[in-house]
Design a protein around this ligand. Structure first.
Ligand SMILES: *Cc1c(COP(=O)(O)O)cnc(C)c1O
Length: 418
């Protein structure tokens, strides 16, 4: 199911007053839901000797939410200098920070090393560019034709990420020759995957690469990082990922590795979507109707608040506040105001009759939602709210203003005159 029944029961009775207080549109996130998923993840992996989630900051880069992750003991997977800064702001330090970038600059590597973060290198050509080789180094592995990827991230052969299979031993050799003494191995080859078996195979693949490098170089691996990409059911009929079965089978693989090799690497994960995706909704108000070749419901948010339907044709469940049980007897496109025809939250969707003023909820916007927003067409990104465990609602990011939009234009022009 999309939005959980619990979140719905907490939010629904207070939603009109929240909308009145803060205005629409807004994303609102559910602290209780985020914590319960985090605790469930920890319980599921309790059978793994040492497990740690590094929340993928890009999924929901808001300090109020990142602080909840830090309180649960999670680290942070960052891919840019501002993301490192966000993790720092909620108290992350040293190896709480993992830096997984690609097409990386020396400046970014320096920023990671300056805070003592774990540098996860995307390519062998970066090795000589590392300003000073840290003790602990990790490489992102791309299995190429050895694995198939999935729709969002694509086929590994076509993916720009990671070190190719034939380069991986040399990568660790060169890092060791330059002073690295502790080693990790990472991969990230799928996105929004709900098949538990896929992740089990990913860990099996990582452990096989560990064996190969270990045999060639005589080094031990401190950790393997299975990446993120854990999927959530966006459609009501989607089966959820069987987290517990996945974790148990992975624990079995690690145990087996331990029996053969006499040690067990730590297991890292850098999940984003699974942790927060279902625990956010975009709340927007119906402001217009239009009847041409199709029926259109115009709302006061647009793709600046949520890009996934436009970019990936992604399905997001839509409900109407107070009409959850009304018959879905109209077929409409729910649209924003952007001058792009793919600015639609729902296309040819059967929904209850929506009136002007109705609050329309777009579900599962707690990951890769607000964060992906943009300013094309002069459209501003909306505010973010957090429904706290005690029932209070906090504004955790204000809406952008015209001043924000014009901020990059307000300066004395620099001119080159030759
Ligand atoms: C985006 C990303 C993640 C998180 O992906 P989810 O699908 O949100 O779990 C993790 N690791 C890396 C390197 C990423 O780019």
């Amino acid at each position: 199911m999309p939005m959980s029944a619990d979140f719905h029961h907490r939010l629904s009775p207070i939603l009109p007053r929240i909308a009145e207080t803060f205005g629409t549109p807004f994303h609102i996130y559910d602290e209780i839901g985020i914590r319960s998923t985090g605790e469930r993840l920890k319980r599921a992996f309790a059978g793994v000797a040492e497990f740690r989630e590094y929340y993928a900051v890009k999924a929901l880069p808001n300090p109020a939410v990142l602080r909840i992750m830090a309180e649960m003991g999670f680290g942070f997977d960052c891919s840019s200098i501002p993301e490192i800064e966000l993790a720092r702001r909620v108290g992350a330090a040293g190896e709480d920070i993992l830096f997984t970038s690609n097409n990386t600059t020396v400046e970014e590597m320096e920023a990671c090393l300056a805070v003592g973060g774990i540098l996860n290198l995307d390519d062998v050509t970066l090795i000589p560019k590392v300003p000073s080789m840290p003790e602990l180094i990790c490489f992102r592995y791309n299995p190429g034709p050895r694995r198939t990827g999935n729709a969002i991230i694509g086929n590994p052969v076509e993916a720009k990420y990671g070190v190719a299979h034939g380069q991986i031993v040399d990568a660790y050799r060169e890092a060791r020759d330059r002073g690295a003494r502790r080693f990790g191995l990472h991969t990230m080859i799928c996105s929004n995957e709900r098949n538990a078996g896929y992740f089990v195979e990913t860990v099996r693949m990582l452990l096989a690469v560990v064996e190969e490098v270990q045999d060639a170089l005589g080094i031990r691996f401190e950790f393997v990082n299975m990446g993120g990409g854990l999927g959530i059911p966006y459609r009501p009929e989607d089966e959820p990922l069987d987290l517990e079965s996945m974790a148990t089978r992975i624990a079995g693989l690690l145990e087996e590795f331990g029996r053969t090799h006499g040690y067990v690497p730590r297991l890292l994960m850098e999940s984003g979507r699974y942790m927060t995706g279902p625990h956010g909704v975009l709340v927007t108000r119906c402001i217009n109707h239009k009847h041409i070749y199709r029926e259109y419901v115009g709302v006061d948010a647009c793709m600046s608040a949520l890009m996934r339907p436009a970019i990936y044709g992604a399905y997001h469940h839509v409900t109407v506040h107070g009409k959850e049980d009304a018959p879905a007897d109209t077929v409409v496109d729910v649209v924003g105001a952007l001058c792009e025809n793919n600015d639609k939250f729902a296309v040819q969707r059967a929904l209850p009759r929506i009136e002007e003023g109705d609050l329309v909820l777009v579900h599962d916007t707690g990951a890769h939602g607000h964060a992906m927003g943009f300013n094309y067409n002069g459209r501003l990104r909306p505010q973010e709210l957090l429904l706290r465990a005690d029932g209070t609602v906090e504004r955790i990011r204000r809406a952008e203003t015209a001043d924000d939009y014009f901020a990059t234009l307000n300066f004395e022009p620099e001119v080159w005159r030759g």
